[in-house]
Design a protein around this ligand. Structure first.
Ligand SMILES: CC(C)(COP(=O)(O)OP(=O)(O)OC[C@H]1O[C@@H](n2cnc3c(N)ncnc32)[C@H](O)[C@@H]1OP(=O)(O)O)[C@@H](O)C(=O)NCCC(=O)NCCS
Length: 177
């Protein structure tokens, strides 16, 4: 059924932050970075990147329910990086992921972004490709060999940056011994 209302907005209470962290933890970190897997990474709900004024942690609210989350990080060079994209399983496969990404794109455009970047898990490259992203490295893209950097140009030309891959502070990946 089509939702009557759809919002992508900042969390407004402790409860909403807890829900955002829970979705990230269970849908991303537990799945792609478990402690006994090849790319362990412990989720940090107090990560300073969530408090950076250039970064917007957002919740998808579907008919009043907290259904999903992503973060839009605005970069001074005109890129917006979409990170930590996840929907609660009961909201998947009905077009809400695409809607959430479209709303993030609209917010990024409104803030002047000329390109969207993402580090896609291999399992969801097709999802981003449906939304117009193409594989290609970008400045600051993931250092995790599992991740697939992708870009969607929104306006004009933004060349791919072949610089060294780096790990965001506190989001380092280490190989299991
Ligand atoms: C990725 C995710 C947000 C997609 O949300 P969703 O609501 O299931 O996706 P949608 O129903 O909006 O799908 C939009 C389109 O992408 C396609 N798609 C969705 N997931 C896909 C996948 N894993 N592989 C290929 N195509 C996919 C859909 O078929 C649909 O195509 P259509 O436009 O032809 O119908 C959701 O599956 C999720 O939260 N996954 C777990 C967390 C995760 O992997 N996050 C990404 C980290 S990079």
């Amino acid at each position: 059924m089509r939702p009557r209302s759809l919002q992508l907005r900042a969390p407004r209470s402790e409860y909403e932050w807890d829900r955002l962290h829970a979705i990230r933890r269970t849908c991303i970190f537990d799945v792609y970075h478990p402690p006994d897997g090849p790319w362990p990474c412990e989720y940090d709900p107090a990560h300073p990147d969530d408090r950076d004024p250039a970064n917007r942690p957002l919740l998808l609210v579907v008919d009043g329910e907290l259904a999903g989350t992503l973060r839009v990080d605005l970069k001074p060079d005109g890129r917006a990086v979409v990170r930590l994209v996840a929907l609660d399983p009961k909201f998947r496969s009905g077009g809400l992921g695409a809607s959430m990404l479209e709303m993030a794109e609209a917010q990024a455009r409104a803030s002047g972004a000329r390109a969207l970047c993402v580090n896609a898990q291999p399992e969801v490259v097709g999802f981003y490709a449906r939304q117009g992203f193409a594989p290609g490295r970008w400045e600051g893209c993931t250092a995790c060999p599992r991740g697939i950097p992708m870009t969607k140009v929104l306006a004009g030309e933004l060349s791919a940056v072949p610089g060294p891959r780096r790990v965001a502070p506190g989001l380092g990946f280490r190989k299991a011994a």
